[in-house]
Design a protein around this ligand. Structure first.
Ligand code: ADP
Ligand code: MG
Length: 279
C-alpha cells in the first residue's frame, strides 16, 4: 500500500493525465463528506462522476456560446415577448423547443427596423445554445465578405462546410446595403448548399416582393425564396419600433419621424403563400 501522501500525488497525476479536472478538484472534499455521511464506495464514485459530467456540460455550453458570436445581452430575459404580436410570441415560444433545428427548418423574421428582429434571433439562439445546440450568428454583410474572401482564396467550399457544422446559421439583416451581383452569388451558393441540410435563421426588413434588390435577378430571387420558405417558420414582428417607443418615453415631444420609409416596410404577409409550420 502506498503512503497517503504518495496516493494523493499519484491520484493528482493520474487524474490530470486522464483529463478529469472536476474529479481531481473535488475527490478530497467529497471523500471527507463520504466519511461523514457514511456513503458507500459506489455513492462516492457516482458523486464524482456527476461532478465531472456537470463540469463538462458547462464547459461545452460556454464553448458553444463563445463560438456562436451571439451578443449575450440580447437574451430571452431582456426580451419582452408581451410587446410582440400574439402570434409571433407564440411562434417564438414554440421555436425555443428546438425541434425546428432537428427538422432543418428555417426561421425567417420580418419587421420594421427596430421591431426586435435581431433581438428575437439572438434570444432564440442563446436559449437553444443553453440546451446544447450549435448555432452561429453573423450579419448578411459580414457573411458575404467572408464568403467572397474564401472564394478568392479558392476555399469557398471549405468555408461552407465549416458553416455546415452549425445546426443553425443566424444571418441577420438580409437586405441591408446594396450588394453586388458577385456578392449575392456566394450568398445564394451558401443558401443552396444549406437547403434541407441545416437551418437558416434570418431577419430582413424587406418583404419577399423586394428581394430582387438583394438577389439582383428574378430567377435567383425566386430560387432563394423557394429554398428558404420551403420548410420554414415565418415570424412577423410588425409592431411599432421599440427604439422609437423608448425614445418617446424619454422625450414625450418626439414625433414619428424615425419610422422607415414606406417602401422598406414588409407586406402584411411577406411570404405570399406562407408555409408557416408553427401554426
Ligand atoms: P431590429 O433588428 O428589428 O432593427 P433590434 O432587435 O435591434 O431591432 O431592436 C432594437 C432595440 O430594441 C434593441 O436594443 C433591442 O434590444 C430592443 N428591443 C426590441 N424589441 C424588444 C422587446 N420585445 N423587448 C425588449 N427589447 C426589445
Ligand atoms: Mg437588426
Amino acid at each position: 500500500m502506498s503512503r497517503p501522501m504518495d496516493v494523493q500525488a499519484e491520484l493528482n497525476d493520474g487524474l490530470r493525465e486522464l483529463r478529469l479536472p472536476a474529479v481531481r478538484q473535488s475527490y478530497e472534499e467529497l471523500a471527507r463528506q463520504a466519511e461523514r455521511e457514511q456513503l458507500t464506495y459506489e455513492q462516492y464514485l457516482l458523486e464524482l462522476v456527476h461532478r465531472e459530467e456537470d463540469a463538462r456540460h458547462e464547459a461545452r455550453i460556454s464553448r458553444l456560446l463563445r463560438q456562436s458570436r451571439i451578443p449575450r445581452e440580447k437574451n430571452l430575459e431582456t426580451f419582452d415577448l408581451k410587446r410582440l404580436p400574439v402570434k409571433a410570441a407564440r411562434q417564438i415560444k414554440t421555436l425555443l423547443e428546438g425541434d425546428f433545428l432537428d427538422r432543418r427548418e428555417n426561421l425567417l423574421v420580418f419587421g420594421h427596423p427596430g421591431s426586435g428582429k435581431t433581438h428575437a434571433l439572438c434570444a432564440v439562439g442563446l436559449a437553444l445554445i443553453a440546451q446544447g445546440r450549435k448555432l452561429h450568428f453573423t450579419t448578411s454583410a459580414l457573411l458575404v465578405q467572408d464568403l467572397l474572401r474564401a472564394k478568392q482564396e479558392l476555399k469557398l467550399s471549405r468555408l461552407i462546410k465549416q458553416l455546415s457544422s452549425y445546426e443553425g446559421l443566424i444571418i441577420d439583416e438580409l437586405g441591408y446595403g446594396q450588394q453586388s451581383r458577385e456578392e449575392m452569388e456566394v450568398l445564394f451558393t451558401l443558401l443552396a448548399e444549406r437547403y434541407e441540410r441545416g437551418s437558416v435563421l434570418l431577419s430582413s426588413n424587406l418583404p419577399f416582393s423586394q428581394w430582387t434588390l438583394i438577389f439582383k435577378d428574378a430567377m435567383t430571387t425566386a430560387a432563394a425564396i423557394d429554398r428558404l420558405v420551403h420548410h420554414s417558420v415565418i415570424v412577423e414582428l410588425n409592431v411599432a419600433s421599440y427604439r422609437l417607443e423608448a425614445a418617446k418615453k424619454n422625450q414625450p415631444g418626439i414625433v414619428d419621424g424615425g419610422e422607415p420609409p414606406e417602401k422598406t416596410e414588409p407586406a402584411a404577409d411577406p411570404a405570399g403563400s406562407s408555409q408557416d409550420s408553427s401554426g
